[in-house]
Design a protein around this ligand. Structure first.
Ligand SMILES: [Zn+2]
Length: 342
């Protein structure tokens, strides 16, 4: 008896799970209040992104290369099955007291707190029982068909939340999480089997080099960015997308300066984002990230859109100011607080 047709309809077959995932993404999109974003030319699948956005919006190829690298380090985070985005910031190989390899490495991802939050009285609050959350990160999720292929889209679990400085009176929404992985783990990239830790370490080195090169090129005016902002993430839990737009220096929040060299700041921008983009790396080419490699040395992560609620006077004023720069602006997004050199 042939089982091939029946196999297609087994409830747990990969095909059935992929089709369920596709339906879930469509359902989430259908409820989205920002549907215009779904067809926006400023948002593209990472796989199809080449930097030619419109005739007047073309991104330098060196920045495009860096965006591709950022994409490789961007993961989809799921918390009790709800999607968000995170960025692999650091890899540390664990050694024994004698300094020998233990065969384990620690991955540190950055994201935003409200990915782990619950909605309470219209405000996101961090759940107190973090350990009970089912937190997973899926890497290299470029196509829905590969999502359940554990080698093409490796899954990480058993995360812990890293406590970072939380300042009173500053809406600090940024956080880091970490998990341990086996250094022998393999994954499949472009059809080839690769060691996962070695591969990601190489991507991280590429990112640091490319980020620094772009910083220098912008500083010496070799390339200009015109307030370019780039956001890589998983809107609606779908495959990786790149959103591009402009940030609004006129709105930049600078709530704190530390020892006259570190500036805590938040960016506002018009790059299209949707649910699922929370925690996405926000790349501002030329941005002087402070203390790279230290706990606070990271790019900003996407937080949320600025509220449309007209009764929120401060947010309404932000839209007013943004309209003086771009009269057509529909959605204003904001990043988490990050630290820059000043
Ligand atoms: Zn949407």
């Amino acid at each position: 008896m042939s089982t091939s047709i029946l196999a297609c309809f087994k409830p747990n077959s990969t095909d059935a799970r992929v089709s369920k995932l596709k339906k879930g993404i469509k359902k989430s999109e259908s409820k989205c209040p920002k549907k215009d974003n779904h067809k926006s030319v400023y948002r593209k699948r990472l796989l199809h992104f080449n930097g030619d956005v419109t005739d007047n919006f073309v991104i330098d190829e060196r920045i495009v290369t860096c965006i591709q690298t950022i994409g490789k380090l961007t993961g989809m985070i799921t918390v009790n099955s709800f999607p968000g985005t995170c960025f692999l910031q650091k890899i540390r190989r664990l050694k024994s007291e004698a300094g020998e390899s233990t065969g384990r490495a620690v991955f540190t991802f950055t994201t935003v707190y409200h990915v782990f939050g619950v909605r309470d009285d219209e405000v996101y609050k961090l759940v107190s029982e973090w350990k009970e959350l089912k937190v997973k990160v899926v890497l290299f999720y470029e196509t829905v068909d590969d999502f359940y292929n554990g080698k093409r889209c490796p899954r990480l679990k058993d995360f812990r939340l890293l406590e970072t400085d939380k300042e009173e009176e500053i809406q600090n929404d940024w956080c880091a999480i970490e998990c341990e992985v086996d250094c022998g783990r393999v994954c499949e990239i472009d059809g080839d089997e690769k060691n996962m830790v070695d591969t990601l370490e190489a991507y991280l080195e590429d990112y640091k080099t490319q980020q620094k090169e772009i910083y220098d090129l912008i500083k010496n005016n070799t390339i200009s960015t015109d307030n370019l902002v780039v956001i890589v993430g998983h809107p609606h839990g779908g495959p990786k997308h790149v959103s591009v737009g402009r940030h609004y220096p006129i709105l930049k929040d600078e709530p704190k300066k530390v020892r006259s060299s570190q500036l805590w700041c938040r960016y506002y921008y018009d790059a299209p984002t949707c649910e699922g983009n929370s925690g996405s790396p926000v790349f501002i080419p030329g941005q002087p990230i402070a203390g790279f490699g230290f706990w606070f040395g990271h790019q900003h992560n996407h937080k949320s859109k600025v509220s449309w609620d007209p009764s929120d006077v401060q947010d309404a004023a932000k839209y007013e100011i943004a309209r003086t720069v771009n009269p057509d602006i529909k959605f204003l997004g904001m990043s988490s607080i990050g630290v820059e050199q000043c």
